[in-house]
Design a protein around this ligand. Structure first.
Ligand code: UGA
Length: 434
């Protein structure tokens, strides 16, 4: 099938590269020439393990390319995926401006096209957006009759850092369709996947995406709250999580307590769903609590450091981990940002390290950063681990302590061996270990 993908962010690139890998003829479209040039040179404009390789394979097989010629490439394709960003505004409401401009552009491109065309929204959008914003916009700008247009919503469930694996091995594919054209095209496109394909109307597909992310985020906030209780009762939350996870109805996934959830999806999506519900006069108490607990966790990390150091002012604190999770350079809504800003406000001298996220983080907070974790922790009074990179989990704790000026170690992700840390002489503290 001839596929065009509008938007070469994380979702668009992974969608384009995996659809090309399935043998489709894919063109990834973006107005940012620089990104397209990087893509056409065989590299990924974002850091995602395995994506470079897939892009190179696609370019070599001549079934993947990038282009800034948006209209012409949409016209020449059978199906267009909208993969543009849906950020939040200041009140947490979804900002649909990129969705609106992409659908207008698609509409204008279709004006001179004969036959049918299918447009699928893959961006995360609040219920009714596909039917009430995207479809009318395309019809208006194209002048097309409704019967010629296929419209659908097909959410993505990819995790950054595992995106290629997730795209190639989905748990389920949600096929939201507004007409038979879209239904047939999506089923044809995904025919080689053996997983469950759930067919529904677009607004259901839109809510499945939000409900899934919000549920996972709520699960994290819930375990964080229980882990905070474990802290005061002298209980090891990891054992509690193990006991809970053995119940197949609960599952052992997403039971890791710590500094809270970050990234470009969970915080934004929970806020957007809560705001959309409120606008429709349904107040969500659960989502509000999910966000409140998530705001609290980084503050608890700083409090743990403060309790051990006595006073934060003037102390040298090394923060290890800036990315919102390992295996990504994405620092959006990273819990490290909150911790670092809080430490600076309290007068600490903060030095940081991250294997991939330093360049991006420098644009948010400009603090001293070092080439290695060893350099960041040199002469530190306290080390705070915020992202569970494997590199940090393999640190020689004895050597780390010897280089430091103090002995406080706060583990924001419960990633280090607590017994070993205490054995070598650290004053070690983590969330969920009494
Ligand atoms: C998330 C979802 O997991 C994907 O299914 C979804 O497609 C994606 O959002 C999206 O909407 O695009 P992602 O944000 O890449 O994926 O990352 P996750 O692995 O889900 O982690 C999110 C945050 O939760 C991270 O900050 C992580 O440290 C935190 N987390 C995760 C915990 O604190 N505890 C856990 O047990 C799991």
């Amino acid at each position: 099938m001839k596929v065009s993908v509008v938007g070469t962010g994380y979702v668009g690139l992974v969608t384009g590269a995996t659809l090309a890998d399935l043998g489709n003829q894919v063109v990834c479209l973006d107005i940012a020439e620089e990104k397209i040039n990087i893509l056409n040179s065989g590299k990924s404009p974002i850091y995602e393990p395995g994506l470079d390789k897939l892009i190179q394979q696609g370019l070599k097989a001549k079934n993947l390319k990038g282009s800034t010629e948006i209209k012409q490439n949409i016209r020449n394709s059978d199906i267009t995926f909208i993969c543009v960003g849906t950020p939040s505004d200041k009140e947490g409401n979804i900002d649909l401006s990129y969705i609106k401009s992409a659908s207008s552009e698609i509409g204008r491109a279709l004006r001179d096209k004969d036959g049918t065309h299918t447009v699928i929204v893959k961006s995360t959008v609040i219920p009714l957006t596909t039917e009430e914003v995207v479809m009318p916009n395309i019809l208006k700008k194209s002048g097309w009759k409704r019967e010629k247009l296929g419209i659908g919503m097909n959410p993505e469930f990819l995790r950054e850092g595992n995106a290629i694996h997730d795209a190639q091995n989905p748990d389920r594919i949600v096929i939201g369709y507004a007409d038979e054209i879209a239904r047939e095209k999506l089923n044809e496109l995904y025919k080689s996947y053996n997983c469950t394909k759930l067919e529904c109307i677009p607004r259901t597909a839109e809510l499945i995406k939000y409900a899934s992310n919000s549920f996972l985020a709520t699960k994290i906030s819930f375990v964080n709250e229980i882990a905070n209780m474990s802290n005061v009762w002298g209980i090891d939350f990891q054992e509690v999580a193990e006991g809970m996870g053995l119940d197949s109805r609960i599952s052992s996934e997403f039971l890791r307590a710590g500094a809270g959830f970050g990234g470009s999806c969970f915080p934004k999506d929970v806020k957007a769903l809560a705001a959309a519900a409120k606008n429709s006069k349904v107040e969500s108490l659960m989502l509000k609590a999910t966000l409140e607990v998530n705001d609290l966790q980084p503050k608890l990390i700083v409090k743990m450091a403060e309790e051990r150091l006595g006073v934060i002012k003037g102390k040298n604190i090394a923060v290890l981990g800036l990315a919102f999770k390992p295996d990504t350079d994405d620092v959006r809504e990273s819990r490290s940002e909150i911790v670092i800003k809080n430490l600076i406000e309290k007068g600490a001298n903060v030095t940081a390290h991250d294997p991939e996220g330093m360049t991006n983080f420098k644009e948010i907070v400009d603090i001293p950063m070092t080439a290695t974790p060893e350099l960041a922790t040199e002469k530190a009074d306290c080390v705070i681990l915020m992202t569970e990179w494997e590199e940090y989990q393999n640190l020689d704790l004895e050597l780390l302590l010897r280089r430091m000026a103090g002995n406080v170690l706060i583990d924001g992700r419960r990633a280090l061996n607590s017994n070993e840390a205490e054995r070598v002489g650290f004053d070690y503290k983590t969330i969920g270990l009494g």
